[in-house]
Design a protein around this ligand. Structure first.
Ligand code: SER
Length: 656
């Protein structure tokens, strides 16, 4: 059977809908209100608060297909399976069903519905660890065994997979390095407050009869092959995480509820359905491949180096297209730096294919065409995406020219590490290109002294930015929560000062500041800014309660809640009111918004602490103590007001 990515995605979502799940749209690749990470890298990230116990407004069974980007994989791209961008199919139980349903459904979906051959199918389970207090997952292993046997397969369980696979073994116990999932990896690396749990992973075997001899390439011949081996024979196609624990200062405690967090890359599942171990052969790459083929005259697959360069260009330009679509422009800072890097690497590798003229725009057009139905923001932002990607490419091509010119000046003899580093640092000229040019001219580069220079430099810049991410996960999130509430206050204050046309267009919070994008056509005057600040500071001084309510979508609208909660399917939503609850217009109500939270318990909390170097305030210190407030004198202050695009303004503000 051969299925397209679009077909697999919709089969999965329909399947989960039939099992009682509410299907939600993908969140942005740029996480909102999560300063701990630059990108959404898995389906569970936007679900974090619900896994920790906050009720999801749409219920206890949720499924989606989440756009994901993993920047750490940039340099892994080039083999048959790694990509930076992917779509993760996901389903969640927030304290609803658990292992039995999840595992049975996965079997139904993959084996019965997608018709994967169970002979090619393998799974792994957690072996258990006494010092973690987490037992062996015999339940999952035995359930898998029953499911295999329903197809007449006697599936043996192995406890020692890393020593090699024996005939009939289908189910493998691994330790936490392989069968534990949290955002920060193994239990030892998890910070306090972080949720995680044992998992059961599913694998597809591309070479069950060992005919393709994938494991026989020299790198692997001396190590036994098993499902987690990297030789290419097996591919993980999905992961069922049983999110049941939370890390604390003294080990693990059970979360208030037993959750399921399933994630599986749709591209990998497509590769399995097609029984082709090269993920770059799935349909979403067909059109973009043709474009590169037309421009380069080289065919995908004609040689190893051609295939490698194709994969890097395809992956990187798909990622850049989606990232720009989600508002991340190429640049030097934070997320923007990655978009720049992706485009530049794509150009560099395509250059190896002989593409010497601007081409990224055309490849982006093919990706937009391929994905526009599922992600209509790509179509809406098409012009913008094409302009940005093309502009960055032109800039980089200039950099290349300048770098080559500078290289010529240096290349009378061998090139020192410092000169090579200067080419990178001052001209943005990548070391790989310096090496390439050196090779053509038969001169040497002192690579080890270049590496040393680079290391020295990155250590310096790491020290410089060490302070930047001090906020961090669980327990330390007080400032973000305060800024989240401050955002609601700002939103309402802007509406009072500028008018009801003001609506939230975006929000981003770090422990140091809030950033708020809103619809408004003109630059704000100083007087308007001062009025907004005064309104917010007055509400903070009044210490109004912040109340969360769960109501039907219709009721929330009828009562006049504002906000961008776009529920296509859901009925119940959560709203946060600052001041007296009720219907908008009530005298003592300040604002009412659709929102998932979390928020402080009352606005006075914002007056305590602020971004002070020795901030030791706790959220639950109720700030009734006026002395304390006077002493700290926290003020809400707008530090910047600027345009982001036509009709959209951006405010950065602090509690200082
Ligand atoms: N959180 C798990 C993963 O990313 C499953 O969704 O693999």
């Amino acid at each position: 059977m051969s299925l397209t990515v679009n077909e697999i995605r919709s089969k999965f979502l329909n399947f989960m809908k039939e099992k009682g799940h509410v299907i939600v749209p993908s969140a942005s690749l740029v996480p909102e209100n999560d300063p701990t990470t630059l990108f959404t890298g898995s389906g569970m990230q936007p679900m974090l608060q619900y896994l920790l116990g906050q009720p999801h407004p749409l219920g206890t069974r949720i499924a989606d297909s989440q756009k994901s980007f993993r920047s750490k994989d940039i340099e892994e791209v080039g083999d048959n399976r790694h990509t930076t961008f992917f779509e993760m199919l996901g389903n969640w139980s927030f304290g609803d069903y658990f292992k039995e349903e999840q595992i049975t459904w996965m079997w139904e979906f993959l084996i019965d519905e997608l018709k994967l051959d169970p002979q090619h199918f393998y799974v792994s389970c957690f072996i258990g660890k006494e010092n973690l207090g987490v037992p062996r997952d015999t339940f999952s292993a035995e359930l898998w065994q029953k499911l295999f046997s329903s197809k007449g397969i006697v599936a043996k369980i192995s406890e020692n997979p890393e020593s090699g696979m024996n005939d009939g073994e289908k189910i493998f116990y691994f330790e936490e390095k392989k069968n534990w999932w949290s955002r920060s990896g193994v239990p030892a690396n998890m910070p306090a407050g972080e949720p995680g749990g044992p998992d059961s992973e599913m694998f597809y075997d591309f070479d069950p009869m060992m005919e393709k001899k994938m494991h026989s390439i020299s790198k692997y011949t001396n190590v036994p092959c098993h499902v987690n081996c990297d030789c290419g024979r097996f591919m993980e196609i999905g992961n069922n995480v049983f999110m049941q624990y939370k890390k604390t200062a003294n080990g693990f405690e059970e979360l208030p509820q037993m959750n399921v967090d399933f994630g599986g890359g749709v591209e990998r599942i497509a590769a399995a359905v097609n029984n082709d171990s090269d993920m770059f052969n799935i349909d979403v790459f067909d059109e973009p491949k043709k474009t590169i083929e037309r421009l380069s005259g080289k065919k995908y697959g004609e040689s190893e180096s051609v295939t490698y360069a194709y994969r890097v260009s395809l992956d990187h330009l798909r990622a850049a297209t989606f990232l720009i679509g989600d508002g991340v422009m190429p640049g030097n800072k934070d997320q923007m730096y990655f978009v720049r890097r992706l485009i530049r690497r794509a150009v560099r590798f395509a250059r190896n294919l002989g593409v010497k003229e601007n081409f990224t725009k055309e490849v982006a057009v093919s990706f937009i065409e391929t994905y526009r139905q599922e992600y209509n923001n790509l179509e809406e932002k098409k012009d913008n995406i094409l302009i940005e990607i093309d502009r960055e490419e032109s800039k980089f091509r200039k950099t290349l020219e300048n770098g080559i010119r500078q290289f010529e000046k240096l290349s009378h003899g061998n090139i020192s590490g410092i000169d090579a580093f200067d080419l990178l640092q001052s001209y943005g000229f990548p070391i790989e290109l310096t090496e390439e040019l050196a090779k053509e001219r038969n001169i040497e580069i002192d690579r080890s002294s270049f590496d040393e220079e680079k290391k020295k430099h990155s250590e310096e810049s790491r020290t410089a930015s060490a302070g930047k991410f001090k906020g961090g996960l669980g327990g330390d999130g007080e400032m973000e929560v305060k800024y989240h509430t401050a955002t609601h206050l700002l939103h309402e204050a802007l509406r009072q000062v500028l008018g009801d046309h003001v609506l939230q267009k975006g929000s981003n919070i770090t422990p140091e500041r809030l950033r708020f994008d809103f619809s408004h056509g003109e630059k704000m005057t100083d007087e308007q800014k001062a009025r907004v600040e005064k309104i917010v500071n007055d509400v903070i001084a009044q210490n109004l309660p912040v109340t969360r309510e769960e109501v039907s979508h219709a009721e929330a609208r009828a009562r006049g809640a504002i906000g961008v909660f776009d529920t296509k399917y859901g009925d119940t939503v959560s709203i946060y009111t600052v001041g007296e609850t009720g219907t908008r217009g009530k005298e003592k109500m300040f604002s009412m918004e659709f929102c998932g939270g979390p928020h402080v318990i009352s606005t006075g909390v914002l007056a305590v602490g602020g971004n002070h170097p020795d901030d030791s305030s706790q959220m639950d210190n109720h700030p009734d103590d006026n002395n304390q407030m006077d002493k700290r004198k926290v003020k809400f202050k707008i530090i910047k007001e600027e345009a982001v695009s036509a009709g959209v303004r951006r405010i950065k503000a602090v509690l200082e």
